[in-house]
Design a protein around this ligand. Structure first.
Ligand SMILES: [Zn+2]
Length: 860
């Protein structure tokens, strides 16, 4: 994507020169139903500290019709490389730009979607990181805040929502005009516009004198599934909790949440107009884990209204702080807010965020949390597990380190001091130092400026009576992959150690101590003389960020009794540790399968169950000895069927097992069962074979050659919705024929017509772990095509292809060699290189784990 970058140095120079006062933006969306382009007129007033200096404004548009700077017309042809040069600025300036901007189908800029159910057009904007410039000319960097006044022409009868409250539209005829009030001073990336015949549900947040209008919106075709009350309930709990903790009233005039189609991320924190992916409006039964995840997203975006929107990072190098804070805030709110339905949120945090962070932190691309972000391409590939999950984990450790009361006291001072402004990390750390009285420079250096994960292991020596003679916590420096940035250091860890005893088959915590671990060996004298418990668990309560290893005796107990922990968090920590050991080749994949089979039946936390199910499938597909893999898959599929049949009717566990079984069924009898569930000839008590489950069944039947095109068409007739079309595309590309693979490949690689969601579905269907041979020829095609994809497609679309079509199923030395040859000859841009290097690391890890699994098999 040449010509769309902006470097940090350029942004800094521009911020030194310019102060933006106000934008007046007119958008004519009368063309929305036809698509193509729309007229965008920006009038921006700004001052310059050095009159006579030159600068530029950002715009991505097919054409520019008019550029007028301080009354002088400039040549529209000067618009090039996504910039309009602004020569010879005055002290006070007024710039007018008239452009024809394009509707997008990639989820970036102004996304245009036509709902097959009603044929209506739905628009929404997505601007983070640098895509406001696809809709209106602006100074696209977070520290050039301004007020924004939008005037929007749109078809009569539409709903038009932006950051300011929606006015009554004026005018008569086919289109009307919505004249919004100016916003407060905000950054361009959190401005927003959502327009179309959306439907809304309304409520009010009330707290004393305070009244904040609330609304949720979706397309009419999803209205019957929109559980607005549940969404308002979580939202109001968040308002109560955050306003109290932050001691700062909600800063915007209203709070809309809009569920929009084909959204790339989970949600986006546009000021007062949050957009969320509309899969969060559940069309079919989902487990409680999905409701929990949605609530977490709602709270995450709400926390951003203060942290991110009211106070904003100066540059994208502090994106991690923005995301980590919101991620920490969502979990702490769920854990503590009165009435929360998910007080076990730290279990979910350990199960999901930590696992994500640990995985990302072991890739060759790992980097310190404080990443060097030199330009926009750097930040676009940095929405990663370090930025969100490791950052949030380390923030949790920081809270343990300074204490939660001091943490929030610092946060309160920070909001008051910097409201409507921009900050750096040092501003927050300074406020926390004042509140806690602790010097955070050393802490910050060891946690934020280094990469990788420490390993913590217990060393327990017993005397002849079986009492503890010495107890030592051993800390290892991170094993950084070759080429990784950052230093591998030991860190200070605030951790808890839990002692667990077996009582009637249950593992019950009998003791807990909290201590600081520092350096390679930390002796724990207070444990000397105690009886050795059944399980010693380091980092109990998950305060720190580290790989945890169990000693041999504890491991033996956990292998047999993992499901026996009475609390969900230690179970989640042990599951995570076992998974981590499997990935690291310390536990053979077949032994992980045994562990899962013995423990999962007693696991009550549905989110953990679903994670383990995914991990077992991944272990079988990637980490088992290929000669043994089929045996393992058969064992897992048989277990899935047993659990499905044994699960309580109508329970979340039943649904989770149904979906797992649908993904692994392989014998004729198992596939017959899938087909029977789909055609209704077989029923399992309590299991609703609803729209989404039907597609899951059909996907497997398609991939195994049991369902043909006619079956796919028939299903699409039952569910001719956007989601149905995506599922159908996925089923087609999953079929086990060379023609199906070729068609899928051509539609993604040789054409750019697919929308972001359909493309994602096609890629998911294409990659089938049971079709390695059929897919083998595409490894070569991938390396021939990938650079061209990067250079010609938008960021989101190319990332889907680069990561999704990498020959990850071809786990072999040949794939490593082909990747290396491409890396050596293709001269990829750093962001492209990073994505391929990460994929390569998956092959390397799988080869190592497969060797471990093979050796374990040979040893038996
Ligand atoms: Zn966020």
């Amino acid at each position: 994507m040449p010509g769309t970058n902006l470097t940090r140095d350029e942004a800094r120079t521009r911020a030194d020169l310019i102060r933006v006062d106000a934008y007046d933006i007119e958008l004519d969306l009368g063309s929305a139903r036809e698509g193509g382009t729309f007229r965008s007129t920006t009038v921006v007033r700004f001052s310059a500290t050095t009159p006579g200096a030159d600068s530029f404004i950002d715009l991505v548009a097919p054409s520019v019709e008019e550029i007028t700077l301080n009354g002088t017309a400039l040549d529209p042809a000067s618009f090039a490389d996504s910039r309009i040069p602004l020569p010879g600025l005055a002290a006070e300036n007024e710039l007018r730009v008239v452009a024809n901007c394009a509707y997008s189908n990639t989820g970036e800029g102004l996304h245009r979607f036509v709902d097959p159910v009603d044929g209506e057009t739905y628009l929404y904007t997505q601007f983070e990181v640098p895509d406001a410039r696809r809709v209106y000319a602006n100074f696209e960097q977070p520290d050039l805040k301004a007020t924004f006044r939008f005037t929007v022409t749109a078809p009569t009868g539409w709903v038009v929502v932006s950051n300011s409250p929606t006015p009554e539209p004026v005018g008569e005829g086919a289109t009307q005009v919505w004249e919004f009030e100016p916003t407060g001073r905000i950054s361009s990336y959190i401005t927003a516009l959502v327009a179309g015949p959306y439907v809304g549900v309304f409520d009010t947040y009330e707290n004393g004198e305070q009244r904040v209008p609330l609304a949720v919106y979706c397309r009419p075709s999803l209205r019957e599934f929109l559980d607005a009350e549940a969404i308002f309930e979580v939202t109001k709990q968040g308002f109560d909790y955050f306003q109290a903790k932050f001691d700062f009233p909600y800063p915007f005039p209203k709070y809309d949440q809009l569920f929009v189609p084909e959204f790339n991320a989970g949600a986006m924190e546009n000021a007062g107009a949050v957009t969320l992916r509309d899969q969060y409006v559940f069309r079919s039964k989902v487990t409680d884990a999905a409701y929990e995840a949605r609530a977490a997203t709602i709270l995450h975006e709400l926390a951003h209204m203060w942290f991110g929107d009211l106070v904003t990072m100066e540059w994208w190098n502090d994106l991690w702080l923005n995301e980590s804070f919101a991620t920490f805030a969502e979990a702490v709110c769920q854990a503590e807010a009165p009435g929360s339905k998910w007080p076990q949120s730290w279990t979910t945090f350990a199960n999901q965020m930590k696992t994500w962070a640990y995985r990302q932190d072991q890739l060759p691309s790992t980097h310190p949390i404080m990443a060097e972000i030199n330009d926009l391409e750097d930040v676009q590939v940095n929405f990663d597990g370090i930025t969100y999950a490791k950052g949030a984990s380390v923030l949790k450790q920081l809270v343990a380190y300074v204490g939660q009361d001091a943490f929030f006291e610092g946060v309160r001072a920070y909001f008051k001091r910097h409201a409507w402004g921009n900050t750096r990390l040092s501003d927050l750390l300074g406020a926390l130092e004042e509140a806690s009285g602790r010097d955070l420079k050393a802490w910050s250096k060891s946690w934020l400026e280094t990469a990788g994960i420490n390993v913590l292991r217990p060393s327990v020596v017993l005397n002849t009576d079986g009492e503890i003679e010495s107890f030592t916590v051993l800390q290892e420096a991170p094993a950084l992959p070759a080429g990784a940035k950052g230093e591998a250091v030991l860190r200070p860890h605030r951790i808890a150690i839990g002692f667990y005893e077996l009582v009637d088959g249950s593992l019950v915590r009998t003791d807990r101590i909290e201590l600081d671990v520092d350096g390679p060996r930390t002796e724990v004298p207070e444990l000397v003389g105690r009886h050795r418990p059944a399980v010693v668990l380091l980092n109990d309560d998950d305060l720190s960020y580290a790989k945890i290893r169990l000693d041999e005796d504890s491991m033996a107990v956990v292998t047999e009794h993992l499901g026996g922990f009475t609390e969900s968090l230690p179970r989640a920590l042990c599951w995570a540790s076992a998974w981590d050991m499997t990935r690291d080749g310390e536990l053979a994949a077949r032994d992980y399968l045994s562990l899962a089979l013995s423990g999962i039946g007693r696991e009550s936390d549905i989110g953990v169950v679903q994670s383990v199910q995914r991990q077992v499938k991944l272990a079988l597909d990637s980490y088992t000895d290929p000669d043994w893999r089929e045996q393992g898959l058969l064992r897992w599929a048989a277990a899935a069927e047993e659990h499905l049949r044994a699960a309580a009717p109508g329970s979340d566990h039943q649904l989770a097992w149904a979906r797992t079984f649908a993904s692994v069924a392989r014998t004729d009898a198992q596939l017959d069962l899938l087909a029977g569930l789909l055609d209704g000839s077989v029923e399992l008590k309590g299991l609703a074979v609803d729209t989404e489950l039907r597609w899951a069944l059909l996907a497997r039947l398609s991939a195994t050659g049991r369902a043909d095109e006619a079956a796919i068409v028939a299903e699409l007739e039952r569910d001719n919705t956007a989601a149905g079309q995506e599922h159908a595309a996925s089923c087609r590309s999953a079929r086990p024929t060379a023609e199906a693979k070729a068609a899928a490949w051509a539609s993604v690689v040789e054409s750019d017509k697919l929308t972001n969601y359909v493309q994602e579905a096609v890629i998911a269907g294409f990659q089938q772990s049971d079709q390695r041979e059929l897919l083998a020829p595409y490894a070569e095609k991938y390396f021939a095509a990938v650079k061209g994809i990067w250079e010609t497609r938008s960021h989101e679309i190319s990332q889907q292809i680069i990561v999704g079509l990498y020959p990850a199923l071809q786990v072999s030395q040949e794939t490593l060699a082909a990747t290396d040859a491409w890396l050596a000859s293709a001269e990829p841009a750093p962001a492209l290189r990073r994505q391929v290097v990460e994929s390569r690391a998956g092959i390397e890890r799988a080869l190592k784990a497969q060797a471990v699994d093979k050796a374990a098999g040979a040893a038996r």
